[in-house]
Design a protein around this ligand. Structure first.
Ligand SMILES: [Zn+2]
Ligand SMILES: [Zn+2]
Length: 231
């Protein structure tokens, strides 16, 4: 345990002080240089995380129960590396380029919009000193401007930890993991963006979606950084 703490502290200090090598090409400057960011966007092809079909409009024709869904790509290559460094090495400087990419793949949405980060387990936030999905949500809201806000509408029930490795166990755990934050109210005219970092079985996202719809949300969009590669 002490080793992990030490490593995180050093990485956080490095993150703040040192100029960043680009995670894509190694060029010193930004943690993701403009050229590598452009490459990610040029290669971006939206697909459905649930059935893996091409999904350019976000509306998957096969998965009717899902709302419009946008995703950067598979959790492999450079995007996988960015997520890993951001989430597990707590490289906060990666929140902005990741949010900038999400801004580019997300269509314009008229009216008021709320971004809802899927809640991370408290123990993980403390260990990493970073609430990684919340920070990206905040950066994205800032990029998009005054119609956007971040709302912690979905919260975790206490003592729920997603540890199951098989899809069935994860689904069962996810179903009971979330609840609606009753301090906040649902606005039927507002668009709600459910934001998460990685789609593995989709169990967490589907559970959160169900809670949000049950609470009365009518316009929902799913936004995800990456899908775990299928073996
Ligand atoms: Zn680069
Ligand atoms: Zn689909």
């Amino acid at each position: 345990m002490p080793n992990i703490v030490k490593k995180t502290t050093i990485l956080n200090a490095f993150d703040l002080l040192a100029p960043h090598p680009c995670r894509g090409c190694g060029r010193i400057g930004k943690p993701l240089c403009d050229c590598c960011k452009k490459n990610i966007l040029e290669n971006h092809l939206n697909y459905c995380p649930n059935c893996k079909s091409k999904n350019p409009t976000g509306n998957c024709q096969k998965c009717k129960s899902l709302p419009r869904t946008f995703i950067i790509e598979e959790r492999s290559g450079l995007v996988g590396k960015l997520i890993h460094d951001y989430k597990f090495n707590s490289v906060r400087a990666l929140a902005l380029p990741l949010a900038e990419i999400l801004d580019q793949i997300l269509p314009n949405i008229p009216g008021k919009v709320s971004i809802i980060p899927l809640p991370t387990i408290g123990k993980h936030i403390r260990a990493r000193a970073l609430d990684h999905t919340l920070l990206i949500a905040k950066k994205l809201a800032r990029i998009r401007g005054k119609n956007y806000q971040v709302e912690k509408l979905i919260i975790r029930k206490e003592n729920t930890v997603q540890v199951g490795t098989d899809a069935k166990t994860r689904q069962k755990q996810a179903k009971n993991a979330y609840k609606i934050n009753e301090k906040l109210s649902i606005d039927k005219d507002k668009t709600y963006i459910l934001l998460d970092d990685v789609w593995t079985t989709g169990a967490s996202m589907k559970a959160a979606l169900k809670k949000l719809r049950e609470a009365g949300a009518l316009k929902v969009i799913i936004l995800i950084l990456a899908v775990n590669r299928l073996n």
